[in-house]
Design a protein around this ligand. Structure first.
Ligand code: 13P
Length: 211
């Protein structure tokens, strides 16, 4: 896909996320790996109104080359994309239910989202680490995010929100949507007795087939 086509796709998918309430105001940021660098949503931009031509372009060394000033979370995206060479894109949102889970999960541990439905397991996998709280834009979080991302496609930033990687931009967006739905189900069913989870054998089967 050409860079121009990726810019268009990024704007369309970001707008779709915004319209469905996955981000509000200027929250959230998205990056895409290119053969010669990275695309990154500009800082303080609204995901619902991105101009494809003004999306930030960063070089292979992560320096700002063109477009508007990149997200203050560049280092967050760098931490994930360097930890996961197979990842082609990263989506960071403040989507309500995943963010609620980020306020419950133990900092430095794994969030407890039970395997209730297949698509959460298929798109996110077994683990959802929760990186301790850092102020948005604080570069000090990069090592902790990098370590967490080595073992998981998605992670939570404590009291902040989800960060999801995918082989392609579309995959990262779809996985972000699945994470939000799984978080919503987990909270809906949190104290409901008799909830049936997928069994470990069913989870293994899903990961062996689709993982
Ligand atoms: P930026 O506007 O700099 O991308 O920051 C938004 C955000 O979501 C911070 O976590």
């Amino acid at each position: 896909m050409s860079e121009a086509a990726i810019r268009e796709e990024l704007s369309l998918l970001a707008k779709s996320l915004f319209k469905r309430g996955y981000s509000v105001g200027t929250a959230g940021n998205i990056s895409v790996r290119l053969p010669d660098g990275y695309l990154m949503t500009p800082t303080n931009s609204c995901l619902g109104r991105l101009d494809p031509a003004r999306i930030s372009k960063l070089g292979a060394d992560w320096s700002h080359l063109s477009g508007d000033r990149p997200s203050k979370e560049v280092f967050l995206h760098r931490a994930v994309l360097t930890a996961r060479p197979e990842a082609g894109a990263v989506v960071h949102l403040h989507s309500t239910y995943a963010t609620a889970i980020s306020c419950l999960a133990p900092e430095g541990g794994d969030a407890e989202i039970p395997p209730l439905t297949p698509y959460f397991v298929m798109r996110i996998g077994r683990r959802l680490p929760c990186v301790p709280y850092y102020r948005p834009g604080d570069a000090a979080m990069e090592p902790a995010v990098h370590e967490a991302a080595k073992g998981a496609k998605a992670l939570l930033l404590a009291n902040h929100g989800p960060v999801v990687s995918g082989a392609t931009l579309a995959e990262a967006v779809h996985a972000s949507e699945e994470l939000e739905e799984a978080a919503r189900l987990a909270l809906l069913l949190r104290d409901v007795p008799g909830v049936r989870r997928l069994t470990p054998a069913q989870v293994d089967d899903l990961l062996a087939t689709f993982g």
